[in-house]
Ligand binder design. Structure first.
Ligand code: ZN
Length: 502
């Protein structure tokens, strides 16, 4: 096809031929060969211009089009191209330039150039390296609904956001919290540098706490003589979810060990939802001469029994006498009796979960377990930790002879474990038969009492011991008439113990 430039060139070439001819004629040159040479050269160039120099430029065809999109970190493979020049395949003449960095997002230009003779062509292909993969949010610790008790304690930072291209973008996340009643939703939104977004939510449910629990360190009832030191042992506390809230305990009250009296130390705690609870420690400061001299410690073993223990408590209450109960295991239904014993100022001691000699004296371990098991039951129903124990059969028993030396070992071990054991020095005789004669019981006690010492009287409140209940008022009246005082076993009671025989 003739374009205007080619026409101009054609005309120019023709004019050159004419001009050369005219020049030769004007110079009157006879050297026609010169004219011919010039004409031939001119014609040659004219032909060249016409057919090649300003004919159609080479054509480059790009396979896959002028724009290619690939995912970052993928591989870029030249999609291919062809070039043609007036029907001639000049693909081999094409030069390709321009790099594509597939590890970096962006637009890259690949340039295709061909020069063939006077023909010249350029084409460009744009390669878009893009990131279309969204980031990932990981909620640490699982995605299920979390139970919480304090909305202020929600840890919204418990997640990570990671993008395949940007890496860790946790700090770019937008965290928002929405509360709807007891349901708190924490939403996480994060976008990578290419605008791909990820979204995640975690739900928290606000639980309602119950009453906190306070456990006293040490014993809940302490008896001190005047002048001795009171050492605050503190307490621990947990909310109903089991979380330690010991630091929230407020201790109030004071003990003046210089003045006899009953002092109450209160331990109160308020959990994060304002549930309160409080427990008390009774510190009984007694005078220097309290429970010294003519003392009677009434002790009741093998109870409680629904039949006799409440009746005994009634008698003791009526006469304002405090006593000690060395108990064995009790049914849940009899828990109230244990609480009543404690509430009325008597002492609960441990005789043993079981009273079966063959089992409890089989080993030290068996014996200690027999104590701690019952101690835990008492603690669970009353909060009282029991410190005083009495060996079934007494520490002088020989029923344990099947296990030689067990009492020698146990009488040491219980002391090492923080217990104090008491035997007796006055026998009421109510253990020997199912129901001893009331008068015999009274007589045994009266004959056993000795002035000027601690008289620890062994009695029983199991269900067969009805005559013990009947004998009790007379025993109390007799003791009072003889100038004896009554007391429960406390920290200030000197242990009355037997000689160990096994
Ligand atoms: Zn017993």
């Amino acid at each position: 096809m003739l374009d205007p430039i080619k026409i101009v060139l054609l005309v120019f070439t023709a004019l050159m031929i004419v001009a050369a001819s005219v020049f030769c004629v004007r110079m009157k040159s006879s050297r026609l060969s010169s004219i011919g040479l010039v004409s031939i050269v001119s014609l040659f160039f004219a032909t060249l211009f016409f057919y090649y120099g300003y004919s159609d430029a080479p054509e480059i065809a790009l396979a896959g089009g002028g724009e290619v999109t690939i995912e970052v970190f993928g591989s870029y493979k030249e999609p291919g191209y062809t070039a043609e020049f007036n029907g001639i395949d000049v693909t081999n003449e094409v030069r390709v330039s321009g790099d594509v960095d597939t590890d970096k997002t962006g637009d890259y230009t690949v340039k295709y150039t061909v020069n063939f003779l006077f023909g010249h062509a350029v084409k460009r292909r744009t390669v878009h390296v893009v990131d279309t993969k969204p980031p990932e949010i990981e909620l640490l610790g699982g995605e299920e609904t979390w139970m919480i008790y304090d909305p202020d304690e929600i840890d919204t930072g418990n997640f990570t956001a990671y993008d395949n291209y940007d890496g860790d973008i946790t700090d770019k996340a937008v965290v928002s919290t929405l509360r709807n009643g007891d349901c708190i939703t924490v939403s996480y939104l994060v976008a990578d540098s290419s605008g791909n977004e990820a979204h995640a939510t975690r739900t928290f449910e606000v639980g309602h706490l119950g009453i906190p629990k306070i456990n006293l360190n040490g014993y809940s009832t302490i008896t001190l003589r005047t002048g001795s030191a009171y050492e605050e042992q503190g307490a621990t506390a947990a909310d109903s979810a089991g979380r330690d809230i010991t630091e929230r305990i407020v201790v109030s009250g004071r003990v003046d060990t210089g003045n006899p009296g009953i002092y109450r130390i209160t331990y109160s705690v308020t959990d994060s939802q304002n549930n309160e609870s409080a427990v008390m420690r009774i510190v009984n400061v007694v005078s220097e001469d309290y429970a010294r001299g003519n003392m009677v410690y009434l002790t009741f073993d093998d109870g409680p029994s629904r039949k006799n223990t409440p009746r005994i408590l009634d008698v003791l209450k009526k006469h304002s006498v405090k006593a000690t109960f060395f108990i064995i295991n009790f049914s849940d239904g009899d828990s109230d009796i244990i609480r009543r014993i404690l509430d009325e100022g008597h002492t609960v001691g441990i005789h043993g979960y079981s009273h079966r000699y063959k089992e409890i004296y089989a080993s030290e371990e068996a014996f200690m377990k027999n104590i701690t098991r019952l101690g835990k039951r008492v603690y669970d129903i009353s909060g009282a930790k029991v410190k005083f124990i009495r060996f079934p059969g007494g520490s002088s028993n020989v029923v344990s002879a099947f296990n030689p030396g067990i009492m020698t070992r146990l009488t040491k071990k219980v002391l090492e474990e923080g217990y104090v054991y008491y035997d007796w020095n006055v026998e009421s005789g109510d253990a020997s038969v199912k129901a001893a004669d009331k008068d015999v019981i009274v007589g045994n006690v009266i004959n056993g009492l000795k002035p000027g010492r601690d008289n620890v009287v062994l009695m029983h409140d199991s269900k067969e011991k009805t005559t013990t209940v009947e004998a009790l008022p007379e025993i109390i009246e007799y003791c009072r008439s003889q100038g004896y005082d009554f007391a429960p076993i406390t920290d200030v009671t000197e242990p009355v113990i037997h000689k160990v025989k096994n």
